[in-house]
Unconditional design. Structure first.
Length: 54
């Protein structure tokens, strides 16, 4: 698979999972913690996608 595609998939998947994590302890999907974890998840997803492509 193309490395760019893996990085994009990782970013979207990580962002989605990261934004969902705060809802496990009752925080809203548009809270500050959700935005923070979405960013962290996107960075982790990009890193995983990059590692899988190489």
């Amino acid at each position: 698979m193309n490395s760019r595609k893996l990085v994009w998939i990782g970013m979207f998947t990580g962002s989605f999972i990261g934004s969902y994590i705060p809802s496990l302890w009752g925080s809203g999907l548009f809270s500050l913690s959700s935005v923070f974890f979405s960013g962290v998840g996107a960075i982790v997803g990009i890193w995983i996608g990059f590692r899988m492509s190489g």
